[in-house]
Design a protein around this ligand. Structure first.
Ligand code: CP
Ligand code: NVA
Length: 308
């Protein structure tokens, strides 16, 4: 699989075969990791990690992965590097690319991670932007496959905000053969360009992508129910209006009773205690911590494939 040297900005740029390769590699590394074997494929290599926003899972999984792979990760909070003081993305990219072997970046505007990749001679990995969160979706697909034994033909329901995680799931599900039904309040649907791209991919895999404002219809007969915070990072000033708009889109046990009896509940975390009830979050259906752990195994596969 020729992924080495490429950037990972969105799963839309990768084929189902490439995504399958990354999932299979994640499984291999997870098995090795559990046996405390270490793959030193990134020995002597460095990764610069720009974070314009906070992070627990993405930062820790990537730092631990670089350690296990024999490389070194450098945490670059945008408040500490000159990027936060007015140096441009373009110059930051050209400087970092002369010193490190890969750049991982969590940014506000998706255009910024694209700009980083445009001027970088080393791979750039999107660690979340306002539009996409591809690393999360690799972990989600791995978790679903582990729990359900397959991906193809499952129905995933998204209830909540049509945000970055929803966008990436739309692409990941459409490419990997899962039906996806999204229910959001009016005005909070995923963007048209993402929906139309997902529908194009879905035509090739023969799955249905449905966008509506009907949460019961979305979760009916679902194998997996997914939600995320109603207030993404950078939207703190919209908290009051969004919480009001989303009051009928909380994932409750009553809503989940419309799903298959063995449905799984997923959430990329952090859980903000508004988008799903504690009962659902703590229930036997919840696989959120397996999902979180899989961030480590999948990012190891990504770093190996794109930089190794
Ligand atoms: N899910 C996720 O990306 O979590 P962090 O914000 O903690 O990295
Ligand atoms: N949609 C959330 C995901 C956090 C991992 C955000 O962008 O803040």
């Amino acid at each position: 699989m020729k992924l080495k040297g490429k950037s990972l900005l969105s799963l839309k740029d990768f084929t189902a075969e490439e995504i399958r390769f990354l999932l299979d590699e994640s499984k291999r590394l997870k098995a090795d990791f559990k046996a405390y074997k270490r793959d030193k494929s990134l020995s002597g290599m460095t990764l610069g990690m720009i974070f314009q926003k906070r992070s627990t899972r993405t930062r820790v999984s990537t730092e631990v992965a670089m350690y296990f792979l024999g490389g070194h990760a450098i945490f670059l909070s945008s408040a500490d590097i000159q990027l936060g003081g007015g140096e441009t993305i373009k110059d930051t990219s050209r400087v970092l690319a002369r010193m490190v072997d890969g750049i991982l970046a969590r940014v506000y505007a998706h255009e910024d991670v694209k700009e980083l990749a445009k001027y970088s001679t080393v791979p750039v990995i999107n660690a979340l932007s306002d539009k996409y969160h591809p690393l999360q979706i690799l972990a989600d697909l791995l978790t679903i496959e582990e729990h359900k034994g397959r991906l193809v033909g499952l129905k995933l329901a998204w209830v909540g905000d049509g945000n970055n995680v929803c966008n990436s799931l739309l692409i990941g599900c459409a490419k990997m053969g899962l039906h996806m039904s999204v229910a959001t309040p009016k005005g909070y649907e995923p963007p048209n360009d993402v929906v139309s791209m997902a529908k194009d991919f879905a035509e090739e895999t023969g799955v249905k992508i449905v966008i509506s404002n009907d949460s019961v219809a979305a979760v009916t007969d679902a194998d997996i129910i997914v939600t995320d915070t109603f207030i993404s990072m950078g939207e703190e000033d919209q908290e009051k209006e969004k919480l009001a708009a989303f009051k009928d889109y909380i994932v409750t046990e009553e809503l989940c009773s419309n799903a298959k009896s063995d449905y799984s509940f997923m959430h990329c975390l952090p859980y903000k205690h508004k988008e799903a009830t504690e009962e659902v979050f703590e229930s036997e259906h919840s696989i959120v911590f397996d999902e979180a752990e899989n961030r480590l195994h999948t990012v190891m596969a990504v770093l190996n494939a794109f930089m190794g």
